[in-house]
Design a protein around this ligand. Structure first.
Ligand SMILES: [Zn+2]
Length: 81
């Protein structure tokens, strides 16, 4: 991250515009993330799957717990509980 964009520094017109752009994108990403989280929670509940902790192996997905097994949908890691 560019340290010249950190809060507290005097903003030039250009950097304020960039900051506003970043803020808008961050806000949109947060809304999208929350929406996906809610969808995922609903999907997991309706299909009897629990969402566990982040995968220790790849870190790119949460593990799914189903029928006494933990599995990662991303790296295919699988292990009994
Ligand atoms: Zn994984």
């Amino acid at each position: 991250m560019d340290p010249s964009h950190s809060p507290g520094r005097r903003r030039t017109r250009g950097s304020a515009t960039r900051l506003e752009c970043v803020e808008r994108r961050l806000e949109a990403a947060e809304i999208r993330l929350e929406r996906l989280q809610n969808t995922l929670d609903g999907l997991a509940r309706s299909s009897g799957v629990s969402i566990g902790c982040p995968c220790n192996r790849c870190g790119r997905s949460y593990v799914l717990i189903e029928g006494g097994r933990i599995r990662c949908p991303e790296c295919r890691f699988s292990q009994s509980v």
